[in-house]
Design a protein around this ligand. Sequence first.
Ligand code: PEP
Ligand code: MG
Length: 574
Amino acid sequence: MIIKGIVVSPGYACGNAFLLNEENICVNKNKININDIDFEVSHFLKSHKETVKQFKKIQSNLLDEDKKLLFDGYIILLEDESFINDIIALIKNNFISAEFAVDKIINKRVKAINKVNNTYIKERINDFLDIGKRLIYNLKNINNFDFNFLDKENNIIIISKDLSPSQVIQFNLKKIIGFITEFGSINSHTSIIAKSLELPAIIKVKDVTKLIYNNDYIIIDGIKNNIYINPNKNIIKKFKSKNKIYLYQKKKLIKLSKLPAKTLDGYRIKLFANIGNDEEIKNILNNGAEGIGLYRTEFLFMNRNSFPTEEEQFYSYKKIIEFMHGKIVTIRTLDLGGDKFLPYMNFPKESTPFLGWRSIRIYVNNKNILHDQLRAILRASVYGKVRIMFPMIISMEEVFFLKNEFLKIKYEFKKKKINFDKNIKIGAMIETPAAVMISKYLAEELDFFSIGTNDLTQYTLAVDRNNAMVSHLYETLSPSVLRMIKYSIDAVHKKNKEIGICGEIASDSSVTMLLLGLGLDELSMSSNFIPKIKNNIRNFLWLDAKKLVFDILKFNTIDKIKTLLKKKTKFLTY
Ligand code: PEP
Ligand code: MG
């Protein structure tokens, strides 16, 4: 039997299923006697203390600073006074058990977060559930977290309704070789950790805990998104050898990291990394990133209760800049709105938020947000090579506004004798058709550009990038979007400025040849993809890539474009 889900961490795994059955935790919902209230409160406080201790222990066993940070967040949530007081008040006022009170308060918080129309914030639901689960297990004296019970097993694939980040972090990777869950989400910490541990994982597999039994033989094909349940011997043999080749090639690709991203006839392109938070910087140099082409700073502003101060931002930027040792770090200023909101900032209810109060439009009435961020970046700029990039530009008026505000801050710094990089470059995302059409003028005012194909595709085709009803129409390889990209590259190059792509298409190795043929100076992507893209680049001629673009731009349908692209690039292994 073969089933499917969503691959969040690629790779192969062949082993025996272990079902993590956590469904049957019963919370005692009976009313308690007035005489038992003190006991329940102290029982809660003891378990709370134990839970904090356990998280701190897991944290101290971790070597990776970034993963340690995740548990800082857990401990802050747990030690929040209002969280503790709300639980105690519920026990006292409603005469209910500590476990029921914890369950109620966690659910209340989860419901509140669920109302926020923001995927990033929704990911925090898992953190709350993780904390709640552990608290209730401790209240019930159950230990289902340390996975020591798997000590004698080998090659285990965990099957579960869902997994918390703290569970995945504790996996003994010598024994657990992959996981499959029924729920989960792509941007959750669980998925991010799976990816950084390079643990093959597939989520959102319907009814997986009913379809798979303990000790079933499972193959995760995290390349083609297939899960095999009790396959025959031949299939097992085939996947074991596929896995060997996959691991060998991965090692070989990483060795490319020191080599330049250069075509056979010498066309050199820069391969940069996209990052959204500190967690992602760890591997980018090993993967051969030559810089950071897009640092989405929104993460820094989310998962908290107030704006980060200039000082906090400064330390975050400095940390990343220093880590990059003089390589370019492109910091994009805050790109809120659309589907990204802050719990501590009032956003109007809009019928079309992607066309509404978004990005730099927010700065006009909230200059302090822009100023604090620019000050923090400028202060950090002395520690390496920084570029500032503005999102969602649609007009020259916006460019003049932003340059003027930037000038004011630089003037303030000079007056106060604060050091900053005097040659710092400022650039813009080209992610609206408006920016494409004025790219010639933009290139007269700004130093560099990066095409945000994710938004450019949605705005060119009038297709909401998050709307499943129209996702079949969302196609960056459509003739209209390709022409937008070509138009911008040519206009910017005429003014001798550099232009790259930082949208998702940059990581799609099946279009790398086309992108190079368009004449881009830089591709920026999640760094895991860099070795593969580089390998591709080193195996074709730029001359052929240019010819490919020439031919493709003659076509007027997506189908014809894709067919030719496939035909002309099939000699490359994706
Ligand atoms: C884009 O729009 O292509 C882009 C890189 O920005 P984001 O995905 O953050 O909107
Ligand atoms: Mg964008």
